[in-house]
Design a protein around this ligand. Structure first.
Ligand code: GLU
Length: 376
C-alpha cells in the first residue's frame, strides 16, 4: 500500500508499506512489522516465509507473515511515527486480527508502535482487542518476559551449542553484532551468565576489548545508533570487522546477509547463533559447515520471541496473565523440545542443524496441508 502522512512541517509524504501472509495451514498468520529504509516487497515476503518455518519448527499454532514500511524511523518525530503507524494499521486492518494475522515488533518497531496498532484496530471496531498484536507494553495486555524473550532464547541456544564443544558458557568469549532489542537483551543475559563479551556494535560501529566489556554501563546506549562507538569503552570496531574477531561465540543480531561467501572463510569463532533472521547467506553456510563451525539457525535460535508472542496472544484471549518466571520456564521448555527434535533429526540424517530445523518445520507444514486436504 502507498499512503500519505502529514509531516510536522506541514508537508505530506507518501510511504510504501507491505503485509505478506505466506502460509496459513497451521493457524493464523504471525510475524513482525519492520520499519527500515531498505524494506521492499521481496524482503517482506522472504521474512514472511521465514516466520512460517519458524512457527512450525518450534511447534506453535501459527502460519507465517511479515509487514514493513519503507522509512527511516530515526528520522521521524514521535508524532510522525504515530501518524504513520496509525495510517499503516488502518490500511492493513482488513488483514490483521486475533484470529487472522497477528503482528509484532521487528527491526525499527517497538512496544509503543504495537500499542498504537492495537489502539487503531480497536477504535475501528469499537472495543479493545489486545490479542491483535503481540509485543505490546505490559499494562495494555503485553506479556511479562516478551521484551527479552528473543535474547533469552539466543542465550539458551548458545549454551546448548557450547556444551557440544565442552565449553561452559560462563567461560566463553562472545561477539555480538547488533544493539537493538535482540542484541542488547542477548548481551544483558549472556553477560549475567558470566560469559565475556569482547565486542559489540550497532549499525555505525562499536567497541572491542579482549579483556571483556562492561555491559551494564553500555546497555543504556542500546537503540541509540552511533552511541556505542562514541562511548570509548573499548577500541572502535566496524560492523563488518567485528564479525572476523576471535571469540568462541559469534551472535549476528542485526540484519540479513552479514556473513557472506566473501567473509565466511575469515570467521574466527567456533559457534554462530543467529539472533537476526538470515544473517548468513546460503553460500556462506556451506563454507561455515565445511569449516566445522557449529551454527544455531535463526528459525530456532531467535524463536524465543515468537514463542513468547504466542504466550502473549494466549494470555490476552484468556485475560489471565502469567508471571515472568512462568513465561520464561515455558519458553525454555518449548525451545529445548524443538532443539532436541532437531538434534535427533540432524544425527539421524547426518546433516547440519539448519537443514534439520527445516526438515522439522517444513514437515509440520506439509503434514498440516495434507491433513486439511483440498477445499471443497
Ligand atoms: N519479529 C520477530 C521475528 O522475526 C517476532 C515475531 C513475532 O513475535 O510475531 O521472529
Amino acid at each position: 500500500m502507498n499512503f500519505p502522512v502529514k509531516m510536522d512541517n506541514g508537508d505530506i509524504k507518501v510511504f510504501t508499506g507491505y503485509r505478506v501472509q505466506h502460509n496459513l495451514s497451521r493457524g493464523p498468520a504471525k510475524g513482525g512489522i519492520r520499519y527500515s529504509p531498505h524494506t521492499d516487497l521481496d524482503e517482506v515476503r522472504a521474512l514472511a516465509m521465514w516466520m512460517t518455518w519458524k512457527c512450525a519448527t518450534v511447534d506453535i499454532p501459527f502460519g507465517g507473515a511479515k509487514g514493513g514500511v519503507a522509512c527511516d524511523p530515526n528520522a521521524l518525530s514521535m508524532a510522525e511515527l504515530e501518524r504513520l503507524t496509525r495510517r499503516y494499521s488502518t490500511d492493513i486492518s482488513l488483514l490483521i486480527g486475533p484470529e487472522t494475522d497477528i503482528p509484532a515488533p521487528d527491526m525499527g518497531t517497538n512496544p509503543q508502535v504495537m500499542a498504537w496498532i492495537m489502539d487503531t484496530y480497536s477504535m475501528h471496531r469499537g472495543h479493545t482487542f489486545p490479542a491483535v498484536v503481540t509485543g505490546k507494553p505490559v499494562p495494555i495486555g503485553g506479556s511479562e518476559g516478551r521484551q527479552d524473550a528473543t535474547g533469552r532464547g539466543v542465550v539458551i541456544l548458545a549454551r546448548e551449542l557450547a556444551k557440544r564443544i565442552n565449553l561452559d558458557l560462563q567461560n566463553a568469549t562472545v561477539i555480538i553484532q547488533g544493539f537493538g532489542n535482540v542484541g542488547s537483551m542477548t548481551a544483558r543475559i549472556i553477560h549475567e551468565t558470566g560469559a565475556k563479551i569482547v565486542a559489540i556494535c550497532d549499525r555505525y560501529g562499536g567497541v572491542w576489548n579482549p579483556k571483556g566489556l562492561d555491559i551494564p554501563s553500555l546497555l543504556p546506549l542500546s537503540n541509540h545508533d552511533g552511541a556505542l562507538m562514541e562511548s570509548h569503552m573499548g577500541d572502535s570496531i566496524s560492523p563488518t570487522d567485528i564479525l572476523e574477531l576471535e571469540a568462541d561465540i559469534l551472535i549476528p543480531a542485526a540484519m540479513e546477509s552479514q556473513i557472506t561467501i566473501e567473509n565466511a572463510p575469515r570467521i574466527n569463532s567456533k559457534i554462530i547463533v543467529e539472533g537476526a533472521n538470515g544473517p548468513v547467506t546460503p553460500d556462506a553456510d556451506i563454507i561455515l559447515n565445511q569449516r566445522g563451525i557449529l551454527l544455531a539457525p535463526d528459525i530456532l535460535a531467535n524463536a524465543g520471541g515468537v514463542i513468547v508472542s504466542y504466550f502473549e496472544w494466549v494470555q490476552d484471549l484468556q485475560s489471565l496473565f502469567w508471571s515472568e518466571q512462568e513465561v520464561n520456564n515455558r519458553m525454555e521448555s518449548m525451545l529445548m523440545k524443538a532443539w532436541h527434535q532437531i538434534l535427533e533429526v540432524a544425527e539421524k540424517e547426518k546433516t547440519d542443524f539448519r537443514t534439520a530445523a527445516y526438515m522439522v518445520g517444513v514437515k509440520r507444514v506439509a503434514d498440516a496441508t495434507i491433513l486439511r486436504g483440498i477445499y471443497p
